[in-house]
Design a binder for this molecule. Sequence first.
Ligand code: GAL
Length: 433
Amino acid sequence: MVELTRVALNDTIKTVWLLSGVATVIGLNNGLGQTPIMGYNTWNDFRCDNVSAANIEKVATAIIELGLHRAGYRYVNIDDCWAVKRDAEGVIVEDAEAFPNGMKSVGDYLHARGLKLGLYTDRGTATCEGRPGSEGYEELDAQTYAQWGADYLKEDSCNAPSDHEAAFEQYRLMRDALNRTGRPIYFALCGWSSWYAPVGKGLANSWRVGYDVNTWENVWYNAIVVNERLAQYAGPGGFNDVDALIGSTPGGAVSLTTTQSRTQFSLWSMMSAPLIIGSNMLHLTTFDLETYTNGEVVAVNQDPLGMQGTVVWQNCPSTDLSRDQSVENAPVPNCQQIWAKKLFDGYAVMFVNFTSTSAASAPWTTHRPPEGKALEALELDVQAVFGWEAANARDLWTHMNLGIHRRLVVVLSGGNGESKVLKLTKPALEVKV
Ligand code: GAL
């Protein structure tokens, strides 16, 4: 009798323990991504060619010598094309020619320099470039990545079910396998769809909300149009991912104009998106380096509140997202937006002119258009939007204090993605202006 009671009690304890064990893996419990992560990814730079240990080491050296590491860029993420097969035990195998000393030695190299190792896989049977996928190998792959010292894993969605529940289940398998390794590995889900956002935080540290961003048109359609309505899902521990930064440096797989690349960087900062450099890192231009190391804009991205900015005014047409998101190069409309992001000590505001024509010919209306007249500038009423009598404004690209204003009037005459980012703080004293 006594014995039986003890067994029953033990069973109860076991059940409670098991339940709490289950509870701890309901979400990702790695504590990472409290602010958007910053780093580099090979895909926009090398695509499938030249993904090798030698090039990763060169990239790491450039990151350090250019001071990007000091500015916060720590993750060096190796995208598709590093894996070639599985061995007899099912263990994933690196391309022996490209990684002659194995992936662990790449991890050791990066860690010795204060950088982090990022790897790529796919939740299906094969990656988009036909390399082995993780389906059915989640546990083994997670253990292998942890042994190699991986700090980040991107899991793509090629050759995998597109049904939502099936996709979530596959991501849960890898999430739990990563949790079980005991190594904090940032988990980047890559499902190219906005329907991941509502469940994103339970699955990963970030989730791709749209298709690849390779062009200015993609910046508009695959990032802005999709993500402007997903702000509520972002926050410390989990952020909407709008793909990597493109930059304006020639020689990579993709590039934008200088103006567009800086605007992309500012928009990503306003949206609390991961700042993953996808430029030709080995020949980075001074312009791009200045963009990526602008500490005042990086601080907007890294603000500890982790709130994604929202559009507070726009004249851009509303887009039906139910249509196929893969429409490549849908034209950028002639329109403007004003974004605002709450920061722990104020607000960041961004004015963007997406139109390719100059401001003078754009039929702009703003918060207060003069009667019967189209404006040639964007105007923001500080009280109407922020509830303050006036704001102290600072231009985060020219690094100039602009004084105290009740209304902010910004002229963006260049068009084609020209933008301005201001930081607003509440003036210390009540002002009469
Ligand atoms: C795509 C993904 C890209 C890149 C590529 C590699 O599906 O969106 O970011 O990882 O696969 O094949």
